[in-house]
Design a binder for this molecule. Structure first.
Ligand code: GTP
Ligand code: MG
Length: 295
């Protein structure tokens, strides 16, 4: 067998600023919605592995939180996840929204990945939207990237080229996971994320950032029903009132939305109980961030 026809497998880190489409790209390549996606920036709070198994390659895609400039402990923890992913990968894909182009953050992420030894792909996203101004894309040759590509995770345009560019830089290796595995995270974590996604979609601008979700019960004992109990943690009493809503209307809306997504994930009926809890400072305690799965 020639080297080109041999199977390749390895880790591809998806890096970039918030909202550029990292999670959408991962879902499109895995073929399942694993990572939550919302129109609001700073949706992803953890490192999530998505496994794309192809005939000649297995891509272990690491979705990371968008890079943020804030100084809060949560921001620091999230940026560390992106840094670790950049250092520990075989290929680093630095994603930039074609609408805003390649800037300092992208250059810094690319430099970080290169210092860890990974080749960097510069990837312009959301190609289905307005075409990039020539001044914004492609990035200057000086960025030293192994390849410069554009794609749309929404329409699928450019995805085969992206997969080919990643594969070319992966080591020759047999598959590292069995073909039916899609993620390294348990269903209960993905379920917690779907509750958080529903809350992001239902709640107004700032509130979702003060909120964390913890699944405290995930019971699959019954044949055709999964029972899920989740706590929505908020930092202030005033936020609890908003999340519960008048007569419980808001928490009900979040529950209806989340339940149908969790049913799609687990493939059976779901009984979902949500509770809103006041837990001041959840976002400031490193151990708590870890126990919530944001590590
Ligand atoms: N039109 C269009 N919209 C896209 C595309 N990819 C992502 N989006 C939208 O962009 C928004 C952000 O997408 P995400 O995948 O959550 O972005 P992200 O980079 O993971 O964001 P964070 O987790 O906050 O860092 C969502 O509303 C997506 O639907 C695309 O190819 N085309
Ligand atoms: Mg994301």
């Amino acid at each position: 067998m020639s080297a080109d026809s041999e199977h390749r497998a390895g880790v591809v880190a998806l890096l970039g600023r918030p909202n550029v489409g990292k999670s959408t790209l991962m879902n499109a390549l895995v073929g399942e919605k694993l990572a939550i996606v919302t129109p609001k920036p700073q949706t992803t709070r953890s490192r999530l592995l998505g496994i794309a198994t192809l005939p000649h390659a297995q891509l272990l895609l690491i979705d990371t939180p968008g890079w943020q400039e804030g100084r809060q402990p949560l921001h620091g923890a999230l940026n560390r996840l992106a840094e670790q992913a950049a250092r520990g990968c075989d290929v680093a894909a630095v994603l930039a929204d074609l609408g805003s182009g390649w800037g300092e953050v992208e250059a810094a992420l690319a430099a970080g990945a290169r210092s860890g030894g990974a080749p960097v792909l510069a990837v312009g996203t959301k190609r289905d939207l307005a075409p990039a101004a020539p001044s914004r894309w492609p990035p200057p040759a000086a960025t030293g990237c192994a390849a410069v590509l554009t794609l749309s995770a929404r329409t699928g345009a450019g995805l085969p080229e992206f997969v080919a560019a990643c594969t070319a830089h992966l080591p020759i290796s047999p598959p590292l996971y069995s073909g039916d595995e899609l993620s390294d995270r348990p269903l209960r974590f993905l379920a917690a994320e779907l509750v958080r996604e529903a809350a992001f979609q239902e709640l107004a601008q700032e509130l979702p950032y003060a909120l964390a979700v913890e699944v405290v019960e995930f019971d699959e004992k019954r044949a055709n029903l999964v029972r899920v109990r989740a706590d929505l943690l908020v930092e202030r009493i005033s936020q609890k009132k908003i999340v519960v809503g008048a007569g419980g209307a808001m928490i009900k809306r979040i529950g209806i939305r989340a339940r149908s997504e969790i049913e799609r994930l687990v493939g059976t009926k779901v009984h979902l109980d949500l509770f809103v809890k006041h837990e001041p400072g959840w976002a400031k305690r490193p151990n708590r961030l870890k126990s919530l799965g944001y590590y």
